[in-house]
Every structure is written in C-alpha cells, then in structure tokens.
Design a protein around this ligand. Structure first.
Ligand code: HEM
Length: 362
C-alpha cells in the first residue's frame, strides 16, 4: 500500500526536484568534527545574539526617530506606549553587551587552544574584523537614546579616537560629523548602526562561517598545526573514531546553549530593564562621564599614562592580535608548549581587566 506523503514532504520534494536542496543540506550538515573539540559554543552563541539584535533592532527602528529633538521622546514612547516596548529595548541593550562578551570569550578560547594557527589564519583575521564591527555596533548604538549618558559616553569615547597620532583629528571630525557631538553625529551613527554595520557583519560572517565549514573545527588534541597548505584529511578507521557527526550531535547541543541564553536574556532584561537618564544636555557635563565598559580600559589608560603611550600600545596590540597567526610561528597547540604566547596573552588580559575595573571605580 502506498503511504500518503504529508504536504510538507511534497513541498520539499517539489523544491528538491528543482533546486537540489537535499544535496545542499547534506553538504552543510553532514560534516564531522573532532571529538576533542571544545568550543564551549561561544561562536554559535555570538551568532545567536546577533540574530536577537537584528530582530529586536528592526522592531525598535519602527518607532525610533534619529534627530536630537525626537530621539529621546521616541525612546520614551517605545518604553511607555508600545506593547512590550520596554522589554524589546531591554533585550536589545542586554543582547549588545552579551554579544560583545561572548565574541571576546570566543576569541580567548581560540587563542588558548591555538586554533588560529595554520590553516585557519584568514578565519582568525576575518574574526578579528568581526569583533571590530561588533564593537562598532555597540559604540554607534549607545548614542541613539540621546540621554545624558549616551551623549557624554560618545563625547569621551570619540575623544579616544581623536587621540590617535597623525590621523586623530580627522578621525574625530569624520566620526562626529564636525568638531562636536551634534545632530549630524546622531544621524551618522544611526545610518552606520542600522545599515553599514549589519551589511559589514553579514558579509564577514558569511566568509567566516564558510571557512569554518570548509576546514572543520581545529583538533586541540593534535600535537601541532599542519604546516602545509592543506588541513589533513582523516582516512583510516583509527582516525575516523576521533570524529563526531556535526548533525545532530553538535547542532542539538548548540540549540540547548541558545535556549539557555534566551532564558538568561529574558530574565536579565526583565529584572534589570534598560534605563534612561535625563535628555542630553551639551552644556551640562556630568561628574563622571565614561565610555561603555568595553572601552573603559582604553579610556583609563589614556588618563594615567602619557597620551602617546596610551594610544600607541592599544593600536600596536590590536594589529599584532589581528595578525597573530602570521606573527606566532610556533606550530605547537598545547599551552605548555607555547609559553611565550600564553604568558603575553595572560598578562595582556590581566592588564585589560585591571584597567577596566580601575576605570569603573574611578
Ligand atoms: C560576530 C562574531 C563572530 C561569530 C558570530 C563567530 C562565529 C563562529 C562560529 C559559529 C564558529 C564555529 C566554532 C565555535 O562555535 O567556536 C567559529 C569558529 C572560529 N572563529 Fe569565529 N565568530 C566570531 C568572531 C570571531 C573572532 C573575534 C575571532 C578571532 C579573532 C574568530 C575566530 C574564529 C576561528 C579561528 C574559528 C575556527 C575555530 C576552530 O576551528 O576551532 N571568530 N566562529
């Protein structure tokens, strides 16, 4: 007896007959990952927060108005009049902070496992650019509520850019759209936040994930990174045992991680909703104007060391970090066999955390 196929399966067959979707899904899902891979799902969680940001950001942009005389009131409207507007805004605010946090955690796990080494140099480089865009999202989004905190955090934050040798002054004017933070800065930041940044992030993400898919995950149990152009292709049965199907094993774990993050996000956004200070007043400087937490270490550095040192050290550090796979020629993966890289990494991390706390408290 012939069983009747459900409508969904018939639609699938119809599409598959035309677009060969089954072979596409096969190529995307039926890859294998090393059993020893420990990603802690940080990359996938960063992706999850980006999706949350895109959805909540689109909802917010239905009501937000990017001009100094309308921005603040439109935020008040979202919080007080729009159904669940306060929650959507809070989720967007918490999501931004958590996306940055998990992007940094993802970078740290890759650094400590040596997963940036050959053949993953470009995946790391594109990842570094992704972190830059993620921070850019945070920086440009922070100004949009146009309250005192937003205005002055952007004022002092853009001063950091202004301190860069040679190009600092030009950079400051380009960022602000003039010498001061004004209506032009607001519309510029809005355009960058909702158009330029999403386009850049999507393009970089497509490259990043395609490369990760093509190479598979790095194997931290391997002794050293492959030195040739190609990642080794496991063939023998012994080698095969070291691999695990990506689907459904890894995908199911990732889904659980996303659910946990969704729950945490809703709890945080409900218990600690995003606040709003008084409307921005360019003539009244608050006592403690500070940038967002992820730029605090830079800001504090600039306050306590000579300006040239406070700017040059982070720039050189950032460039070395971006080009790390080309700078660090040690092929070993185990932290014990990479004492110099690990020591520099740990000292830099402690320094950044210490300066952040110092900036927070002062
Ligand atoms: C928006 C930001 C980012 C997203 C959404 C993202 C996403 C991902 C995902 C889903 C993976 C698969 C494995 C995992 O989950 O860990 C991955 C792997 C990888 N990412 Fe990212 N990533 C981002 C930023 C970065 C950054 C900042 C770096 C480093 C500078 C980086 C470097 C890498 C490398 C080298 C791999 C391969 C790791 C391996 O083979 O074990 N990524 N990324």
């Amino acid at each position: 007896m012939q069983t009747q196929k459900s409508v969904a399966w018939r639609v699938w067959d119809w599409l598959d007959g035309r677009y060969k979707l089954a072979s596409l899904m096969d190529a995307l899902l039926h890859v294998e990952i090393p059993r020893s891979a420990r990603t802690f799902y940080f990359g996938g969680i960063t992706l999850f927060f980006f999706i949350v940001q895109a959805i909540t950001g689109i909802l917010l942009s239905l009501y937000y108005q990017p001009s100094p005389d309308r921005a603040y009131d439109s935020i008040l409207f979202i919080m007080n009049e729009v159904n669940f507007g306060w929650l959507i805004r809070s989720v967007h605010s918490w999501g931004a902070n958590l996306m940055i946090l998990f992007c940094v955690l993802h970078l740290l796990r890759i650094f400590f496992q040596g997963a940036y080494k050959a053949p993953r140099e470009i995946t790391w480089l594109v990842g570094g650019l992704l972190l830059g865009v993620t921070l850019g999202f945070g920086f440009t989004g922070y100004l949009l509520p146009w309250d005192q905190r937003a205005f002055w955090a952007t004022t002092v934050g853009s001063e950091i850019a202004g301190a860069v040798p040679l190009v600092g002054k030009t950079l400051l004017v380009v960022l602000r759209g003039g010498a001061e933070v004004t209506a032009r800065t607001l519309s510029r930041f809005f355009g960058i936040h909702v158009l330029a940044m999403p386009a850049a992030l999507l393009a970089l993400l497509a490259i990043h994930l395609t490369f990760v898919h093509q190479q598979g995950l790095a194997d931290p149990s391997a002794e050293a990174a492959p030195q040739g152009d190609m990642a080794p292709v496991p063939e023998s049965g012994q080698e095969k045992k070291k691999l695990l199907p990506f689907f459904p094993h890894y995908v199911l774990d990732e889904v659980i991680a996303w659910y946990v993050m969704l729950a945490a996000l809703i709890v945080l956004a409900s218990l600690f909703p995003a606040g709003l200070e008084e409307p921005a007043d360019p003539l009244r400087t608050p006592e403690h104007a500070k940038p967002e937490w992820y730029f605090l270490f830079l800001y504090q550095g600039l306050k306590v060391v000579p300006r040239i040192v406070g700017v040059t050290v982070p720039i050189v550090g950032g460039v070395v970090l971006l080009l790390l796979p080309f700078v660090d020629r040690n092929p070993h993966l185990a932290p014990a066999k990479r004492p110099i890289a690990i020591a520099i990494g740990v000292v830099s991390l402690i320094g950044i955390i210490a300066f952040t706390i110092w900036g927070w408290l002062s």
